[in-house]
Design a protein around this ligand. Structure first.
Ligand code: UDP
Ligand code: MG
Length: 327
């Protein structure tokens, strides 16, 4: 009978999460023990933690063979930790969940239920965000608005990475090997049958958040530049408008000079024009630079990550991360 049970992987990216791992295990264990219709595998991804996270993972695996762990060679960031986990998971479905218990594992049975009904991507949307500052809430709302204005793909608001993915979604995500990943957008981009469930996001159980505004700003820019080139188009349109205005002003000056002779004062207007155009040019250079930078990183085709160890095994990385064309 055992072989016929479906396997569900619970994928947990973790970076310096020593305070919460045991708590997380207890909560997950309860869920796994209660849902006997399925086999479970918990894949803990150690994203180059500098504390005891890896040791704790090894400890857990000794206790419970359903726990697997993957340890990356350094800290690569959550986006990369997730794709590493997807590459290594074996489940018919994968549930991605944060280590800090902000996403309640108790939602897992409900996700599975919808998966059995035929949904491929069951994502949990936050009804509330306890323990987050109003500034974080405000910036996040604004960000979704800007992102949505720029791109045609519907990106789910107030939805993190907490979701269940069917195997075919996992394969789809695995086939996307871009190095600056914006997974939240990729979930939408791959399509498939989506189902939303609502939940209350809890405050972090213990430990500190790994995010800061620098990360968030970078991720936001990645989000926009990896999904749309419309900032380039807008730059071009604005450039054309500014040149039209400039051209009209030029005609005006020429005619004025012809009619009323050379007019020396004009320092203020000259400065205004130079500063305004200079500013616009710098901004547009920056926009172009963003895209050029992305192209630069992608053309290198570097492996997305390196693995230090998978369970008891030390990885040699020989066959890992084959270039995109060989996958
Ligand atoms: N995380 C990671 N690598 C990083 C940063 C974070 O794997 O470089 C993991 C972290 O351990 C947690 C999840 O990503 O499981 C979300 O991080 P965090 O709770 O710090 O972010 P927040 O919930 O505050 O957005
Ligand atoms: Mg968190």
């Amino acid at each position: 009978m055992d072989g016929e049970k479906k396997l569900i992987t619970i994928l947990v990216p973790a970076y310096n999460e020593q305070e919460v791992l045991d708590m997380l295990y207890e909560r997950l264990k309860k869920i796994m023990d209660e849902n006997t219709k399925y086999d479970f595998e918990v894949l803990l991804v150690n994203d180059g933690s500098s504390d005891n996270t890896l040791a704790l993972m090894q400890e857990l695996r000794k206790k419970d063979k359903r726990i697997c762990y993957l340890s990356l060679s350094r800290n690569f960031g959550k986006e990369t930790a997730m794709i590493a986990g997807l590459d290594y998971c074996n489940g018919d479905a994968v549930i991605i969940i944060d280590a800090d218990l902000q996403d309640p594992p108790e939602l897992i049975p409900e996700m599975i239920k919808y998966w059995e009904e035929g949904y491929d991507d069951v994502y949990a949307k936050r009804r509330s965000r306890k323990g987050e500052t109003w500034l974080k809430k405000f910036t996040s709302t604004m960000y979704y608005k800007v992102l949505q204005a720029f791109t045609k793909i519907q990106i789910q608001k107030d939805t993190g990475d907490f979701r269940l993915l069917d195997r075919r979604c996992v394969e789809a995500l695995k086939s996307i090997r871009e190095s600056q990943r914006y997974t939240k957008g990729l979930f939408s981009w791959i399509g498939y049958n989506k189902k939303e469930i609502l939940y209350d996001r809890d405050p972090r159980a213990a430990g500190k958040t790994k995010w800061n505004y620098k990360n968030l700003i970078n991720l936001s820019i990645d989000g926009i530049t990896s999904f749309t080139t419309s900032p380039l188009r807008w730059s071009a349109i604005l450039g054309i408008l500014v040149s039209i205005v400039g051209f009209i002003y030029m005609i005006y000056i020429i005619i004025k000079t012809i009619v009323s002779g050379v007019d020396v004062p004009g320092y203020a207007s000259t400065m205004v024009v130079i500063l305004f155009l200079g500013g616009i040019q710098l901004i547009f250079l920056g926009v172009i630079g963003e895209y050029l930078g992305r192209a630069f990183y992608e053309t290198k085709q570097r492996p997305l990550y390196f693995i230090d160890r998978y369970n008891e095994q030390k990885e040699t990385n020989k066959n890992l991360n084959k270039p995109r064309n060989l996958l």
